[in-house]
Design a protein around this ligand. Structure first.
Ligand code: DQQ
Length: 475
């Protein structure tokens, strides 16, 4: 499937992130490495760049970066249990056979699909739905996005949900054969989470639970009837079919711009996550561009000594680097000339270790035009330990007003900020100190908005090291 010329011509379309050839994409689905190849299914409207009548798109890769677009894997069956949409779900390896679980609408029910040709094509189970309704007598805010795994001879499924008037919930089912499912109980409810300053809405979408070191990690995408909030993760203990949460944090501080993620275990034992990064320009602009939605870079999740998950971009990304630029042990004052003035790019990776020394604020301007009309700022505030990404000046277009995102508490690590920044035209992903991530969107209009600047305010900074690479397209 080729990318249409008008879509290809959009200079804001990312070059090394995954997107479908055209039109709408949201959640990643059914992530699995099968016979060595990575399969990415995704929520897709193949007819236009808006959400609606959702299908499962499908792509194949050897390295999670270069993708081959395949035929649509599943479309709604008129009059069937997924007649109004083939919504999100997962893939499992059931004794050497791939099996897919997903939500069919309307109403929301759980369905199954299999494949007899190593996932080239999917066949919906003729007895669908395998779970035809929610547990009796429950007033739920939703019933969707199955996550399935096996323990011994038992299959388990958690379904994203919420109790009306009470908050989100994850419902646990079990099955001896993947076809007959019995409701057990909620594995987690809003009442058992000490959420602090976080708002968890009344519906928890796209949940997952998996082991992380000697603990478990649960994540879900919190929302309410008005829309998405953000993804949170909880570390804790899973015992006797119940999850006992300990810590809760945002999974990405870009909030709704990294949503409905899914992780899978690859053949090398890596836990890798992709998330859907929605657009932040008007619907009119999206329709005009002919595409909407981009997948995040694949993130590896590993347990850290402090019990929190660590996030890092997969190492395969290093293969896209070219034209390196390096500097080390440079002192930068508020009046120094820009150390990065020779760089012009909207497709790059930047890695830096910076000590604030005495600066009260320091950071980067990216996608900056020479005369200051357009720029995105990433700032670290030393006293308050806040990291702020501001895209409100990223674009002169009224259709892309931008927003401000913040990591409220980001202590330095060994006295320094360790930062990895990936810019790919209209998306920026930042990894900080190995555990905090922030994803944002930006839509510069000027083809001169390619500058990168390192700045310090109210004092000097010490740049321990800084590496920059142009990134080759992949996608
Ligand atoms: N997207 C899907 C749902 C899921 C939501 C529908 C999250 O299954 O809850 O496209 O973005």
């Amino acid at each position: 499937m080729a990318v249409p010329e008008n879509v290809k011509a959009d200079r804001l379309r990312p070059g090394y992130h995954f997107l479908p050839p055209a039109n709408w994409m949201n959640d990643p689905n059914g992530l699995i490495q099968w016979k060595g190849q990575y399969h990415l299914f995704y929520q897709h409207n193949p007819t236009q760049a808006t959400w609606g009548r959702i299908h499962w798109g499908h792509a194949l890769s050897q390295d999670l970066l270069h993708w081959q677009h395949l035929d649509i894997a599943m479309e709604p069956t008129p009059g069937g249990p997924d007649g109004d949409g083939v919504w999100s779900g997962c893939a499992v390896n059931a004794g050497g056979k791939p099996v897919i679980f997903y939500t069919g609408v309307n109403p929301e029910v759980q369905c199954m699909a299999t494949s007899s040709d190593d996932l080239k094509t999917l066949e919906k189970y003729p007895g669908n739905p395998v779970i035809p309704h929610p547990p009796a007598e429950m007033k739920l805010t939703g019933f969707r996005d199955p996550c399935v795994w096996r323990e011994g001879k038992t299959w388990y499924m958690i379904i994203g949900s919420g109790f009306e008037g009470q908050g989100g919930a994850l419902l646990l089912y079990s099955s001896p054969d993947k076809v007959h499912w019995v409701y057990r109980h909620p594995v987690l409810t809003a009442g058992s989470v000490a959420a602090g300053d976080l708002s968890l809405g009344n519906m928890w979408e796209c949940p997952q639970m998996f082991p992380l070191g000697d603990q478990h990690l649960v994540h879900f995408s919190a929302c309410d009837q008005h829309g998405p909030y953000y993804v949170v993760y909880l570390t804790g203990v899973y015992r006797q079919e119940t999850f006992y949460p300990q810590r809760i944090l945002k999974l990405d501080y870009g909030d709704e711009f990294f949503y409905a993620p899914q992780a899978f275990l690859d053949d090398r034992g890596r836990r890798i996550m992709l998330g859907w990064c929605r657009e932040e320009r008007s619907q009119e602009a999206q329709l005009q561009a002919g595409w909407a939605g981009v997948m995040s870079l694949p993130r590896q999740i590993e347990p850290r000594p402090d019990g929190l998950p660590g996030f890092s971009p997969i190492e395969e990304l290093q293969g896209l680097r070219e034209q390196p630029f390096h500097l080390a042990n440079e002192r930068l004052t508020p009046t120094s000339t820009n150390l990065l003035k020779s760089i012009r790019s909207d497709s790059f990776e930047l890695q830096a270790v910076i000590e604030p020394a005495v600066a009260e604020e320091f950071g980067f301007k990216i996608c900056a035009s020479p005369h200051g009309e357009e720029f995105t700022v990433l700032s670290y505030f030393t006293a308050s330990r806040r990291l702020v990404v501001d895209t409100t000046h990223a674009s002169l277009a009224a259709q892309a007003p931008g927003s401000v995102h913040e990591i409220p508490s980001l202590p330095l690590d060994g006295g320094a900020l360790h930062l990895r920044l990936f810019v790919d035209r209209s998306i920026v992903e930042v990894y900080l100190n190995g555990w905090a991530c922030l994803t944002a969107r930006m839509y510069p209009t000027l083809n001169t908005s390619l500058g990168v600047e390192l700045f310090a305010k109210d004092g000097d900074i010490q740049v321990k090291s800084l590496d920059f690479w142009q990134m080759k397209p992949a996608g």
